[in-house]
Design a protein around this ligand. Structure first.
Ligand code: PEP
Ligand code: MG
Length: 877
């Protein structure tokens, strides 16, 4: 029979799969001898079994009873006993942190008789009744779905009747009446009495935590964070300690370094005489850890020393939740803490300096996504007006948008919006995802809004207390800001501005551009150091997709070691469109040759510019790819023009010729039509002109003392014969041009047939470059231009894929074709160079796959080059 339950002392921090993050870390702290209340963890395996069967797996409840006996022995108390009762907290905790997404139930074990026991034990009758009413409320809402507002209404009524403004001012007797009213609410909604049996409470609570794994908001959060849906949550059952036991009690959250900037030192929020999620919910304003030192120096000292030990043990920033009960410190949770992207780089650099981790490890502490985030622009504060208000800078970034006051409005908005709330709770998640930024008037750096926004890398200012937030407007210093008004929110400084403040480029980008020196800047030095190390250890090279000299130059400044894809069709747009039109409409060889001859010098100049920018590095030029009819006016427009002219009795002239050509070339499915190599084989001289331009440009660069390294790439090849014909034609052109360096000729692998016949193709190719955009399109049969809007949303929602296969490579299908092609290609052509130039070349998850598959390089847009460099290094360590 499976074993489902583990005492805290039995686990350790590496057992996150089994015990969830929270359980594994509670176990670690227990092992370290830290003051953790006794308890046990029910494994994620139990949750999976429960969700599969819809009921508790056999033997689980017996195991729970057995472990409960141990907790009771250690505490010298019995669960829910009338005298000196043991109370329990029941908390969710999956492998990955999902803050506030699943359920927690506190004070399990309270009932009509143990409430008196708790009052005697604590000497505080008011506290006992307050705890009991909290249990009924939390339990009713979580286990039986009683609407929270019904309880809130009773509490509000009690306050009004008592003539007090705060719950804290209600007396024991008044709270006892609230308990009576709560029980009626419970009965009215569930048709049964609030369960008095402590063990029944416990089992129901465990079941509801399991169930909360599939709560809508939890599913949404997992989708957003790409957490698999089949992991399940563990459940941590722990003896309750009380932060709401009077002035020498309280509860807090702390970080061993500043999670926003990475600065060293203990940071945190403490809330006196409060329990559980009060701090995280940001409902009341908190005091700092320094203030705690003033009121309870002994606990403060102990806390700091524990935090230091945790840092040493985890070798990373830790965040913790603690409670002080009558002057005694208890650790309720720790984990390696979330942090902003800037803090991630700064801390990784610090830890290397401190000798805590190696550079290889430091690479694992940062991600390409974080680096991408640091490359976003921020506000130009010099151009900003006086701020409307300043709050807590909870998650950096510069967000400009129209004010919305609820999640639904944010989710429904078409343009950028800022979600403005007094505080957020998990129900606001869809709005937080949709918004550019989040602004709240309450709560600190550990409030729900702050934690969730940081996790998403979304701009957030919280605790802007001067804001008086109403239903559809907020007032600040007498100024009214209405729904739909534009505001700017600076998550780095905490400032909020009316109107749209201009944004300026990120310092990280300016550093890449060579405009800022990293000296003396902890973030830029960390970025520099980690990227250098990534370059040092990476096996994958990083090239850029660039079509112009300036793009190539930027890519080079950003660290690209070549151009992996120059899309030459981009050189046929603008003014040159007429020349292409002449080529298409050419009547006979002479006209066609003239059209090509006009294009030749233009192409040559393009390539000279590119080779100059990438001097000494490879430049892979792809022969023209898209359908030629894209260079002609759209059929509908032209038809209308001709019809109009004819109706007016005018001669449609040139338009009539164009229309005939457009009709002749029209394809129902151009993506599967006359593109790439097919076009080259159909339009005589087109590819030859491009090859000549490349060779002549290279020769010109050599003559000028440069070191051009061109490569020619043939698109959309599906059969080796196509490549053979093009190669032969190219070879004869190359033979005619003197003074150029040797030019290798390779092919894209972007048609499934090419991947499958890669063995034959490789015999005639100097290199392969995977065009994973088309390969994905043709492998799935998804039109890359249409699917995103059409049905991908639904597919993502239903979990058919976790991410769009056009963004993150579908390793199971498209990836198999890539592996197959590499294997077959290298079998007939040992040492064949392979790369990728589809969008996936800049996607962190896909880069890891390409590294594992043994590619030589990835090629991506210039802005993603640093991200790809970092990820290539991470993949190799
Ligand atoms: C590809 O298909 O992946 C590719 C790089 O070519 P394009 O996107 O230009 O079709
Ligand atoms: Mg393609």
């Amino acid at each position: 029979m499976s074993r489902y339950v583990y005492d805290f002392i039995e686990g350790n921090k590496d057992l996150k799969d089994l015990l969830g993050g929270k359980g594994a870390n509670l176990a670690e702290m227990t092992r370290m001898g830290l003051p953790v209340p006794p308890g046990f963890t029910i494994s994620t395996e139990a949750c999976r079994a429960y969700l599969r069967a819809g009921s508790m797996p056999a033997g689980l409840l017996d195991e729970v009873e057995q472990h409960l006996r141990m907790v009771q022995e250690r505490m010298g108390k019995a669960l829910g006993a009338a005298d000196n009762p043991l109370l329990l907290s029941v908390r969710s905790g999956g492998k990955f942190s999902m803050p506030g997404m699943m359920e927690t139930i506190l004070d399990i074990g309270l009932n009509d008789s143990s409430v008196a026991g708790l009052a005697r034990q604590s000497g505080d009758e008011r506290f006992a009744w307050d705890s009991y009413r909290r249990l009924i409320q939390m339990f009713g809402k979580t286990v039986f779905g009683v609407p929270g507002e019904q309880f809130e209404a009773e509490l509000a009524a009690a306050r009004t009747a008592a003539g007090v403004r705060s719950d804290a001012d209600l007396t024991a007797a008044q709270l006892r009446d609230v308990v009576g009213a709560y029980k009626k609410v419970f009965h009215a909604h569930t048709g049964r009495d609030f369960p008095q049996a402590p063990h029944e409470q416990l089992f129901l609570a465990i079941g509801s935590v399991f169930t909360s794994w599939n709560a809508e908001r939890a599913v949404l959060y997992r989708r957003q964070e790409r957490i698999p849906h089949d992991l399940g949550t563990a459940v941590n059952v722990m003896a309750m300690v009380f932060g709401n036991h009077g002035g020498d009690s309280g509860t807090g959250v702390a970080f061993t370094r500043d999670p926003a900037t990475g600065r060293r030192g203990a940071y945190g929020d403490y809330l006196r005489n409060a329990q559980g999620e009060d701090v995280v919910a940001g409902i009341r304003n908190t005091m700092s850890l320094d203030d705690l030192a003033g009121i309870d120096p002994r606990s403060h000292r102990e806390l700091l020393s524990i935090m230091e030990r945790l840092e040493q043990r985890y070798r990373d920033l830790c965040d913790i939740e603690f409670t002080i009960e009558n002057g005694k410190l208890w650790m309720l949770q720790t984990r390696v803490g979330k942090r902003t992207p800037a803090a991630a780089f700064v801390i990784a650099g610090q830890l290397v300096d401190e000798g805590a981790i190696t550079l290889d490890e430091a690479l694992q502490r940062v991600t390409g996504e974080q680096l991408a985030h640091l490359m976003f622009p921020s506000f130009d504060t010099a151009a900003a007006p006086e701020p409307l208000a300043t709050g807590v800078p909870a998650s950096p970034g510069a967000a400009v948008g129209a004010v919305v006051f609820d999640s639904a409005a944010a989710a429904a908005a078409t343009g950028p919006v800022i979600l403005v709330r007094r505080e957020t709770n998990p129900d606001d998640l869809p709005g937080m995802i949709a918004a550019q930024g989040i602004l709240t008037s309450r709560g600190g750096k550990t409030s729900h809004a702050a934690v969730v926004a940081r996790g998403m890398g979304k701009t957030c200012v919280c605790g802007a207390e001067d804001l008086d937030i109403g239903e559809d407007s907020f007032t600040v210093h007498g100024q009214v800001v209405k729904a739909g008004d534009i505001i700017s929110v600076d998550g780095t400084s905490g400032r909020v501005y009316a109107g749209a403040v201009p944004v300026r480029p990120s310092p990280v980008v300016r550093y890449f551009e060579g405009e800022l020196s990293p000296a003396g800047d902890s973030l830029l030095s960390a970025v520099q150091r980690l990227l250098r190390h990534a370059d040092h250890v990476a096996r994958l090279g990083v090239h850029a997709n660039a079509d112009t000299g300036p793009d190539a130059a930027r890519a080079r400044r950003f660290g690209a070691t070549g151009v992996g894809l120059c899309r030459t069709e981009h050189m046929f747009l603008g003014d040159r469109r007429v020349l292409v039109e002449r080529l298409i409409l050419a009547d006979g060889d002479t006209e066609r040759r003239a059209a090509l001859a006009a294009l030749l010098p233009l192409q040559r100049a393009d390539f000279i510019e590119l080779f100059t920018a990438m001097d000494g590095l490879p430049v892979t030029i792809r022969l023209i790819d898209p359908p030629l009819h894209e260079f002609l006016p759209p059929l509908e427009e032209l038809t209308a023009r001709v019809a109009r002219a004819e109706a007016l009795g005018d001669d449609p002239g040139h338009d009539a010729t164009l229309l005939t050509a457009v009709r002749r070339m029209h394809e129902s499915n151009p993506m599967l039509g006359l593109r790439g190599v097919r076009l080259g084989l159909v339009v005589p001289g087109l590819f030859a002109m491009q090859v000549r331009a490349i060779a002549e440009a290279a020769a010109a660069r050599v003559a000028a003392g440069g070191d051009p390294r061109p490569e020619i790439m043939v698109p959309l090849v599906g059969a080796v014969q196509e490549l053979e014909v093009v190669r032969a034609e190219a070879a004869s052109v190359l033979a005619e041009v003197g003074g150029a360096p040797p030019i290798r000729i390779g092919t894209m692998i972007e048609v499934p047939r090419a991947a499958l016949t890669a063995g034959q193709i490789a015999e005639h190719a100097d290199f392969f470059s995977f065009g994973t955009n088309d390969l994905t399109q043709m492998t799935w049969g998804f039109s890359r231009d249409d699917v995103e809007g059409a049905f991908f949303g639904r597919y993502l929602e239903r979990g058919i894929f976790a991410a769009s296969p056009f963004e993150t490579l579908d390793t199971g299908g498209v990836g198999e074709l890539v592996r197959t092609a590499i294997e077959r290609g290298r079998a007939t052509h040992p040492g064949l160079v392979t790369g990728v130039c589809g969008e996936h070349g800049g996607d962190p998850a896909s880069i890891r796959f390409f590294h594992d598959a043994g590619l030589d390089y990835v090629s991506c847009s210039p802005f993603r080059v640093p991200i790809a460099r970092l990820e290539a290094g991470r993949a190799a360590t």
